[in-house]
Write a protein that binds this ligand. Structure first.
Ligand code: NIG
Ligand code: FE
Length: 401
């Protein structure tokens, strides 16, 4: 993970959506040539864990948080995820699409080329489907490669307060079949943590999802050592995410599994005042690691992967190279797209960041607020001056927003 290969004074040839070739020496023939002007040409960020489809925001809870209320306390008071679910319920699908597209274009401008988006603010069958349909529209409208994850078990829907088992029944018997029937999800997720879903409930959901061919990506060990890593691995999870709290046991289980990517979310640790995950321990034990933004209204209202990279270095003691690999190729693995993206490789998607001239590679996370992007390409197209084109017209405002 500590190695980022590079060529000096290189060129890179894009054909259509793909990287056709790269090298040094005389330039190959091309229709258009862009001088990178001494900047770096990098693979785009692959953000494997986001919740960017949400309505409104939770700036009120931000005030409570500053006063000292924890994430759990806010959730217990009926705020948190349920607050976002209420807002989403009152928001039309078109308005939700518009708000979410704004965030997607925002992250594309910041160098993200590939993105995973979860449902989980619906918590009723119809509202979960509404979220997933919005993600489907985004997949169709945006050049970025997008993967969708069904997270019906993000919290127990308000109508089921005190009846969590029945809510899990609803997820398994009604939501999952509908989601699968409409082909709306690539993956399934469960918030397996203290105060949310238990390992047994998680197992039930993953067992059902497996029948529909949905591989898990699990929220685990954010608030406590939850058993979520173990249950995720048992059901062949592609990734287990959060991991603010882990022991040797989680490292051992993940090493044995061999195919489950640990994903840490330093933006959530930063914003929610949670411990930072044991990234060093994971990597030093021989495990790979991905970092993602967790862009969501409650625990991480930012999708800036360059900041995630900086937090990986500053707060998790990763080298700039380790942090970059965690934010690109390993993120691509955590959403099943590593064969087609996540690195500068012949034949892969031409998802590229051209940086301004920088003194060094380490400057990217070091001087992490200094603008560093000169141009971004997604699937071979230069997005730098045209990203506005993807913003739907502001015509969908509904009451309350
Ligand atoms: O990944 N931890 C659970 N879900 C989100 C937060 C959701 C929210 O607070 O809206 C997360 O941190
Ligand atoms: Fe999350």
């Amino acid at each position: 993970m500590d190695k980022v290969e590079s060529v000096k004074n290189g060129w890179l040839l894009i054909e259509g959506e793909r990287i056709a070739d790269f090298g040094t020496g005389p330039l190959p023939a091309a229709d258009r040539t862009i001088d990178a002007d001494g900047g770096f040409v990098l693979p785009s960020f692959c953000d494997s864990h986001t919740h960017i489809v949400y309505a409104g925001c939770r700036d009120g809870e931000f005030r409570d948080k500053i006063k000292g209320l924890s994430y759990e306390e806010i959730a217990t008071r009926g705020g948190g995820i349920l607050n976002s679910a209420d807002l989403l319920h009152d928001t039309s699908e078109d308005d939700l699409y518009r708000q979410s597209m704004e965030r997607a274009v925002e992250v594309m401008r910041m160098g993200t080329g590939c993105l995973e988006i979860k449902s989980g603010y619906g918590l009723t069958t119809e509202d979960e489907l509404k979220m997933l349909r919005v993600i489907r529209r985004m997949k169709e409208a945006l050049p970025m490669e997008i993967r969708s994850t069904f997270l019906g078990a993000h919290a127990t829907g308000r109508a089921y307060t005190g009846r969590q088992t029945e809510y899990v029944d609803l997820v398994c018997r009604e939501m999952l079949p509908r989601v699968a029937d409409e082909g709306l999800a690539d993956f399934v997720d469960v918030f397996c943590d203290k105060g949310f879903f238990t390992p047994d409930e998680t197992a039930r959901i993953l067992e059902t999802a497996a029948r529909y061919g949905l591989r898990p990506k699990i929220h685990a060990n954010e608030l406590a050592v939850s058993g979520g890593v173990q249950v995720g691995v048992r059901y062949n999870a592609l990734s287990t995410d959060h991991l603010e709290q882990t022991t040797e046991a989680e490292i051992e289980v993940l090493k044995k599994a061999g195919k489950t990517m640990p994903v840490m979310l330093p933006g959530a640790s930063f914003f929610s005042n949670l411990p930072f995950g044991n990234a060093r321990g994971f990597i030093d034990s021989g495990l790979p690691l991905a970092l993602a933004s967790d862009y969501n209204p409650g625990s991480s209202p930012s999708g800036n992967m360059r900041f995630v990279m900086a937090l990986g270095c500053i707060r998790m003691r990763l080298s700039p190279e380790e942090a970059f690999n965690a934010c690109t190729i390993n993120g691509a693995y955590a959403m099943g797209t590593e064969a087609a993206g996540g690195s500068i490789t012949r034949g892969k998607r031409a998802d590229i960041i051209i940086t301004k001239p920088l003194p060094s590679f380490a400057f990217i996370p070091y001087s992490h607020q200094t603008p560093f992007i000169s141009r971004v390409f997604v699937k071979g197209s230069d997005m730098t001056d045209i990203s506005d084109r993807f913003l739907p017209k502001c015509q969908y405002f509904t009451a309350g927003h």
